[in-house]
Write a protein that binds this ligand. Structure first.
Ligand SMILES: C[S@@+](CC[C@H](N)C(=O)[O-])C[C@H]1O[C@@H](n2cnc3c(N)ncnc32)[C@H](O)[C@@H]1O
Length: 240
């Protein structure tokens, strides 16, 4: 049974800075977490070849708004969503059930735990990291998810020509990401796009850079007057 502390307990000994639980889950959300979540377990489906079509991964999907829309618009792709914040997971589960979504699998925990247990490399066509926590204080630098090492790890799970899409509304984090990408030793191309605040439509179904949908944190940044910095990291053919 999923209870309010389960995520914290599972993470003992692993350094994750993601928040696990906010408000208590409603009875219905708990029921979904206890039943549907195990049916959609990403690791089981990945390691037992139970997915179909191409594979894409979203890391830190928050309330799942982008993941849901991607899944609805690309029904031939299996989307793996990774999010340790159980309230966000519960929101997504409700929509998956209500809208009969068939192509989402979920890892309700830290991405590094999932990657350590997947048996195959070079499996994803697309990886999305949208508005990761910026940890703006200098002393929290090491909490940042995006580092050279993490990008190299993700690249090992990308197919040749596969792409990682990263977006942030935090200028300082964008500079950090540029620097970390500059250290990469993998064969990749990096495309950077600055999406100016005044040019962004903020509707629920707005698509940013033709690649991903509006998210809760994108909206928050835009309403605070921030631009959006987007990085597309493409793995070159035949690199490891
Ligand atoms: C600022 S929120 C952005 C959420 C969503 N992508 C959006 O744009 O609205 C960052 C999300 O990343 C998740 N996160 C942080 N560290 C993570 C990790 N190591 N693995 C997976 N998700 C993580 C957090 O729980 C949080 O939901």
């Amino acid at each position: 049974m999923v209870d309010n502390d389960i995520a914290t307990n599972r993470m003992r000994g692993n350094k994750s800075y993601a928040r696990r639980i906010g408000r208590s889950l409603t009875t219905y959300q708990r029921q979904l977490a206890d039943t549907v979540l195990s049916e959609l377990d990403a690791l089981y489906h990945l390691n037992n070849c139970k997915t179909f079509g191409k594979l894409a991964l979203e890391i830190g999907f928050g309330n799942g708004s982008n993941l849901l829309k991607l899944a609805q618009t690309h029904k031939d792709v299996t989307f793996i969503g990774c999010e340790p914040f159980i309230n966000g997971v519960a929101k997504l589960l409700k929509q998956i059930v209500e809208e009969g979504i068939k192509n989402i699998r979920i890892h309700a925990d830290d991405i590094k735990i999932l990657l350590a247990k997947i048996k195959r490399k070079k499996i994803f066509e697309d990886i999305y990291i949208l508005f990761p926590d910026p940890w703006p204080k200098k002393r929290h630098d090491k909490r940042r998810l995006i580092t050279q090492e993490f990008i190299e790890l993700l690249i090992s799970f990308l197919k040749d020509n596969g792409q990682i899409s990263v977006a942030t509304d935090d200028k300082g984090y964008a500079s950090w990401i540029k620097k970390e990408l500059g250290k990469s030793e993998s064969s990749v191309t990096v495309e950077y796009k600055l999406v100016e605040n005044s040019t962004i439509a903020c509707g629920e179904s707005s698509i940013i850079c033709g690649k991903f949908f509006m998210t809760k944190y994108a909206k928050r940044g835009i309403s605070n007057g921030q631009d959006i910095h987007v990085f597309f990291i493409r793995k070159l053919r035949c690199s490891d």
